[in-house]
Every structure is written in C-alpha cells, then in structure tokens.
Design a protein around this ligand. Structure first.
Ligand code: GRF
Length: 218
C-alpha cells in the first residue's frame, strides 16, 4: 500500500459505521463510498463531506448477476487498498470476492458463527443467549461465514429487548470496526493461507480492549 491506505465503504442504509469509520480514521482514509441505494442516509452524509460516492442500483441492470458485476466494477474503479462492508445488503459474487481477497471485510451484529443473517438481536433474545456482540470477518462466498478477525461481546441482561441489544451492540461495532480497519491498513492483521495472522501489538491491544481474536483458543 502506498501512502495512507484508502478504504472504500459499501453501504445500503443509515451508515453509522461509515460515519464512525470516518470520524475515527487513524492510519487509513475513507476514499470512496459505494451504495446500492440512492436515498441511503449514509450517501447524503458522504456527499456533504465531499467523499466520492458511486450509486449502483439493481434497477439499472438487466439481471442480478450484471448488477453484481456492476458493483464489482464500481468498487474496482475506486482503487481501494481495503474494502469494508458496512450494512451492505447485497451478497457478493465469487468474482468480487476473488478480486479483493484478503482486503475485503464485513461487520456483523452477532458473535459468529452464531446467528448469521438478519434479525440477530431478536434471535439472540428468543434463544435465551447470555452473550451477544459483533464480529469483523473477512468475506468469503458464504453469508457471514468468512474467517473471523475479531469480536467484541456483551452480556445479555434479563430486561434486554431487541432494540436495547441493537443499541448496545452498535456501540461495540463502533469500537471494533475502526480498530480492525486501522490494523488491516497497517498490515498488523492479515490473511495467510486462510488463517488470520496478528502482530504482537494487535494481540496486546485486543487483550486490553477485551476483543476476542480468532486464534484466542489456541
Ligand atoms: C450494522 O449493525 C452492521 O453490523 C450490519 O448492518 C448494520 C449497519 O448499520 N452489517 P449502519 O448502516 O452502519 O448504521
């Protein structure tokens, strides 16, 4: 990576993670935003800050696969060092994942591999879980299945409801995501033969912040 690594953030909605990544950027910069929703709140926010925004909407393409190729091409055109999914509600095709392997990450509101997919807070309450949290992971061809980079967790309280859990989990996301992106940008976290590698500094910081890394159990 030459200069300050540039991150392209993909969004579909309100963009609180995008805003937080921007506000807490250390060792990286938000170079571009790509959205599949023209009216996403995060799009308006990015435009106000003169961050280049590309809109790629499904309706503009004759097929789903052409649309997904369009997303890939739009992201490639931003020449990112890293690609961060932040509430991007499109499952990316293998060609996209191959193009950005080791540089493409997502944040998910559960302690993966538990609760991939949608409505995680509701499902956590319904299952009587005592722990919940968020995960940053590399993206592979599955839905929320790629190699786990780091997790932040919280205790589910007896009086929690999906809304209270969502709020507390989002606050954790806002701690975890910029920390991970900063270390990916500094090559202190990397992917090697499908395993996540961490520098000793990252391990130390994770311990101090209470973040769990994927090889913690070893
Ligand atoms: C977050 O909960 C994130 O974990 C999930 O989608 C939500 C996006 O929220 N992937 P925001 O648009 O960043 O506020």
């Amino acid at each position: 990576m030459d200069g300050i690594p540039s991150v392209t953030v993909l969004i579909s909605g309100r963009g609180s993670n995008l805003i937080n990544l921007f506000n807490r950027a250390r060792g990286y910069r938000i170079g571009a935003v790509v959205s599949n929703k023209r009216d996403a709140a995060g799009v308006a926010w990015a435009r106000e800050r003169a961050i280049p925004v590309t809109i790629v909407e499904r309706e503009e393409y004759p097929s789903l696969s052409a649309f997904k190729d369009g997303v890939r091409d739009a992201v490639s055109a931003t020449q990112p060092d890293l690609v961060a999914l932040a509430g991007f509600m499109v499952v990316l095709p293998p060609t996209f994942i191959a193009a950005f392997q080791g540089r493409l990450v997502n944040i998910h509101p559960s302690l993966l591999p538990k609760f991939p997919g949608l409505d995680t807070h509701q499902r956590v309450i319904a299952s009587g879980e005592t722990q919940h949290g968020c995960t940053v992971h590399y993206v592979d061809a599955g839905v929320d299945t790629g190699a786990i980079i780091a997790q932040a967790s919280l205790a589910v309280a007896p009086n929690d409801n999906p809304e209270s859990l969502a709020e507390r989990t989002l606050a954790l996301e806002h701690e975890l995501y910029p920390w991970v992106i900063g270390h990916l940008a500094g090559s202190e976290i990397s992917l090697c033969n499908a395993r996540v590698q961490y520098s000793s500094r990252v391990r130390q910081e994770a311990k101090e912040r209470g973040f769990r890394l994927s090889n913690d159990s070893e």
